[in-house]
Design a binder for this molecule. Sequence first.
Ligand SMILES: N[C@@H](CCC(=O)N[C@@H](CS)C(=O)NCC(=O)O)C(=O)O
Length: 213
Amino acid sequence: MNYVERLDSIESKPYLFSYRRCPYAMRARMALVESNIDFDLYEISLRNKPHEMLAISSKGTVPILKLNQLVLDESLDIMKWAYKNSNSSKSLSLKLEDKEVADKLIALNDGKFKESLDCYKYFERYPDRSMREYRESCYFFLDILEKRLQVTPYLIGSKRTFLDICIFPFIRQFMNVDKIWFDNSKYKKTRKWLDSLIGSVLFKKIMEKPNYS
Ligand SMILES: N[C@@H](CCC(=O)N[C@@H](CS)C(=O)NCC(=O)O)C(=O)O
């Protein structure tokens, strides 16, 4: 079966265009797996995006979820869809005040923090400032997380929620830029939180290498 035939034959099953190491795609896969949604995964190369993917969303970013006529090309929309259509007991429902906190933190993460993180990660491309300065420009967000994690093991309370899944792939990227620095930093609770998410069965599952037979 070729690629197109494979897609056609499973039209009633959702499929996800994904890139294993993309933090947006990670959070989408985590939400789908946590919700026990049966889906097919198409690992793409960002340098050579498949026509089938560009045909359903010209934006050219992953993740993209396709289910019959529905195309979701924003990771947060995919996550919300997954929890809404969940086949597990996990749900999206957060208390109103928690939802407000979650929305604010996600907006900061996806906005100012992600911009600062990209400069820190690719500091060689941005010679205006030093790597250390770019790292410092990320502290504003880490300080917020650390403060919350000093009170509870997850960002909202004692259990992993939507919010942890949304944010942690980006903090993991931050850690991986200079792991020794991070391990010796003041962000001890954040480090512990990351350990618990990285060590989770859910994360291990979504990081398995796709195996097309
Ligand atoms: N707002 C989008 C952002 C997705 C995004 O930027 N994904 C990156 C990969 S991490 C991408 O596909 N970039 C396109 C490219 O590199 O060509 C979402 O939340 O899904």
